[in-house]
Design a protein around this ligand. Structure first.
Ligand code: PEP
Length: 251
């Protein structure tokens, strides 16, 4: 049985004041979320503050990115070991904004994935196609290529201690959600692909959907058999919406 996971990606938003209010709002309503594991991913600089504010709650912290290196002369980078040290459990790697705005390749993403696991973090590796790739009919090829980079570097077993987020790029921050069936089709493709390597890993790995998930559409998306939760951007900045998505996966 896969426990649902709802992760909020706060991206580059917030101040000390607004983030304190956001965390307070989440804490105030978290008891209504019965089944899902809830995770928040603040900007790096607010992570220690958020980890402290969340102490004693069931909400976990994640980072939005991580270095592929362990330590040393890598100005501006943040190592996975540092994130583990301040209490992070999860880290997002290969978000489409990293891939498409900052040119991060499949191989670079795979190295970040491996660095995260080596430090004991659970990577949430994002995969997903651009609009033109969907229109060309190559969604499955794109997603397979992105996953193959991780599998060939870190091995199929690595995915047992990881999370996959399927995020069609055309649905991120656009208000355009994939239909539950469109999302389910790709999730089933991913699980089937992994089963070709190892059926136990395929059965256990959680595959999240991301792309304009909100309080109104979450229940239908989360009811699909291969959708195990959500990676949520915009709606995770509002406590009521984020909590409603969590509640949508209550048994
Ligand atoms: C994301 O950034 O991962 C995301 C899914 O954003 P949004 O929910 O705003 O589309």
């Amino acid at each position: 049985m896969r426990q649902p996971l709802v992760a909020g990606n706060w991206k580059m938003n917030g101040t000390t004041e607004s983030i304190t209010a956001l965390v307070d709002g989440i804490k105030a309503g978290i008891d209504a979320v019965k089944t899902a594991e809830m995770v928040v991913c603040p900007p790096y600089v607010y992570l220690p503050m958020v980890a402290a504010l969340l102490q004693g709650t069931a909400v976990r912290c994640g980072a939005q990115d991580v270095s592929d290196r362990e330590s040393g002369a890598f100005t501006g980078e943040v190592a996975a070991g540092m994130l583990a040290d301040i209490g992070c459990k999860y880290v997002i790697v290969g978000h489409s904004e990293r891939r498409n705005l900052y040119g991060e390749s499949d191989a670079f993403t795979a190295r970040k994935f491996a660095a995260a696991r080596k430090a004991g973090l659970v990577p949430i590796v994002c995969v997903g196609e651009l609009l033109e790739e969907r229109e060309e009919g190559i969604t499955e090829q794109v997603v397979a290529r992105q996953l193959d980079a991780v599998i060939s570097l870190d091995g199929i077993a690595a995915l047992e201690s990881a999370v996959i987020a399927y995020e069609p790029v055309w649905a991120i921050g656009t208000g355009k959600t994939a239909t539950p069936q469109q999302a389910q089709d790709v999730h089933a493709f991913i699980r089937g692909k992994l089963a070709g390597f190892d059926s136990k890993v395929a059965e256990r790995v959680r595959i999240l959907y991301g792309g304009s998930m909100n309080a109104a559409n979450a229940a239908e998306l989360l009811s699909m058999p291969d959708i195990d939760g959500g990676l949520v951007g915009g709606a995770s900045l509002k406590p009521a919406d984020f909590l409603a998505i969590g509640q949508a996966s209550n048994d």
